[in-house]
Design a protein around this ligand. Structure first.
Ligand SMILES: [Zn+2]
Length: 540
């Protein structure tokens, strides 16, 4: 407040004296020394310089406009300073971080903090981030000062840190950096399956960021067209986060996709995945069997791997030898042997299976059954004293059977190997902080009541700071669990099983089962009718 009063005073004072123009221009009294004027001038200059610093650290000014706002700050610093301080307080008030009673103390407490403290605000515990190369060394320390200067400056590094840290904070599964027309790059996060524009960055700065990420991920910076991949790690206060990086030359520049594998977020346990009580019991029983097969199926991005890890969470690693083959390894399991598929080094699911079988495993985890060789080997293994947990890309439970037969597995072998098939889709989970009772139309009420579900617990999305004003926070699976029981085994091995018919029946059954499971979650206020409709209309 004082600032504005000062500046208004100073300007009105200037206007009155107007030392360099008008009839008084030559009046010597206009140029006379006045300690008040001097103090005000010093104050103004100080605020201008201070404001440049403040702009640099302010989250309220977009990176793109920072240079421009800094130039303005040099001239009209106090005004910008005042606007920023008011905007800061208003945002904090909206976010509920401060209360009305604290406005003044917050305003003055934060108005004149030094550069160190401005920077230190970023370095709070939750903001700590250190970038490490894929073998866990601090790349920038290892590379030495000279390389650091060549590759990236401190400002770029700070910017890269911020983009990564913010991505982790917002639980992004992917961070995408793409060149757009007119010299702008976009930074987008994929959160709960949805892409969200985060920032537009001018191309020079974006290219510097792309280079810094490529350098730390062990990729060739000079190669801007050919598709490359690499990996690095970020250490944050909560633990380690792995990034898989892929780059490719596209129209207008180079795009970068970062897959975020957050160890710190932890694995979901089997009971957190979204199984019904009956489904949980069936899966739990199948895992306790010494041999057999549990398959998780669904389209890409349906949470199959999460369910796979959830099942592993139920396994006693001390009494059972667990070996996995994955593409890529998404979570590090401290007590399992994990292998990663690498086609370049000729490590495929098929030939990994052969080496796994020599390691005397009790449980074999196959990230994805993609080809006939792997399919036949896992079915074989599940007959010879191993429990196989695997995922398969397919639309429904019965379609999975059709797909495996299509891959060359004999129906008789399949029928005796399989215990349980889990088919699933992911829906967004309503944010618990802001969801509110939903208004349903008569058709929706009738639809729920037909399934014997109560309608008074149905909720709809709101929007708050916790969910970034999307109304949703995290996801939950809707799951159709199929127990491969004797009648099903008999029908599989019977005469004239038509694969097309099996898939058709499976999709019909899958659609109605998934919808019922989904609507049960709607009735419980966990997700919305629209979400369930979205994932069950086309089984894909
Ligand atoms: Zn919310």
């Amino acid at each position: 407040m004082i600032v504005s009063v000062d500046s208004v005073f100073w300007i009105s004072h200037l206007a009155q004296t107007a030392p360099f123009t008008g009839p008084n221009a030559l009046d010597p009294s206009g140029l006379s020394f006045s300690p008040v004027k001097l103090l005000v001038l010093i104050g103004w200059i100080y605020l201008c310089l201070y404001c440049v610093q403040r702009v640099e650290y302010s989250p309220l000014v977009s990176e793109r406009y920072k240079p421009l706002v800094s130039v303005f700050s040099l001239v009209v610093g106090p005004f910008i300073f005042f606007v920023l301080a008011v905007a800061d307080v208003t945002t904090k008030l909206q976010e509920g971080d401060i209360h009305f009673d604290d406005i003044l103390s917050y305003f003055f407490g934060n108005a004149f903090v030094g550069r160190k403290k401005l920077g230190a605000r970023k370095a709070k515990d939750e903001d700590f981030i250190e970038l490490l190369d894929s073998s866990g060394r601090n790349f920038f320390v290892e590379a030495g000062g000279k390389d650091l200067e060549n590759l990236t400056d401190q400002k770029t590094l700070e910017f890269t840190h911020r983009i990564l840290r913010e991505g982790i904070r917002q639980r992004a599964s992917d961070i995408l950096i793409d060149p757009k027309s007119s010299g702008i790059y976009t930074v987008r996060y994929r959160v709960d399956g949805y892409l969200r524009l985060v920032e537009e960055v001018e191309s020079d700065r974006a290219r510097a960021m792309v280079n810094s990420i490529k350098a730390i991920a062990g990729m060739d910076i000079a190669e801007r067209r050919r598709a490359l991949d690499g990996a690095f790690m970020a250490r944050i206060a909560a633990g380690d986060v792995y990034f898989r990086v892929a780059s490719a030359g596209v129209l207008g520049g180079e795009k970068l996709s970062l897959r975020v594998l957050n160890q710190a977020q932890g694995m979901l346990t089997l009971d957190q995945i979204g199984l019904s009580e009956e489904g949980y019991r069936l899966v739990r029983e199948a895992i306790d069997q010494p041999q057999g097969m549990v398959l998780v199926c669904g389209p890409t991005g349906s949470g199959k791997t999460t369910t796979l890890y959830g099942m592993l969470g139920e396994v006693d690693f001390y009494t059972r030898n667990v070996v996995t083959v994955e593409d890529p390894i998404e979570y590090v399991l401290p007590h399992a042997s994990q292998m990663e598929v690498n086609p370049k080094a000729n490590i495929t699911f098929g030939n990994s299976m052969r080496s796994i079988l020599r390691q005397d495993p009790d449980i074999i985890v196959v990230g994805e059954i993609r080809d006939g060789e792997t399919a036949q080997m896992v079915v074989q293994a599940s007959h010879t004293g191993h429990l196989v947990l695997a995922t398969l890309h397919s639309s429904s439970n019965l379609a999975t059977l059709a797909r495996l037969i299509d891959l060359g597995v004999k129906p008789l072998m399949l029928a005796s190997a399989l215990n349980v098939i889990i088919s699933q889709r992911l829906v967004r989970r309503l944010c618990d902080h802001c969801k509110q009772p939903a208004q349903l139309d008569t058709e929706q009420i009738a639809g729920l009541e037909r399934l014997g579900l109560a309608t008074d617990g149905v909720m709809q999305s709101g929007g708050c700071k916790n969910c970034n004003y999307t109304g949703f926070l995290g996801r939950v699976a809707i799951v159709d669990v199929l127990h491969v029981d004797d009648p099903l085994k008999a029908s599989l091995t019977g005469e004239g099983v038509s694969l097309a018919q099996l898939k058709q029946d499976g999709d019909n059954r899958g659609r109605s089962h998934l919808r019922r499971e989904g609507l049960a979650k709607v009735a419980a206020g966990i997700t919305t009718i629209e979400e369930v409709k979205r994932v069950t209309t086309h089984l894909g």
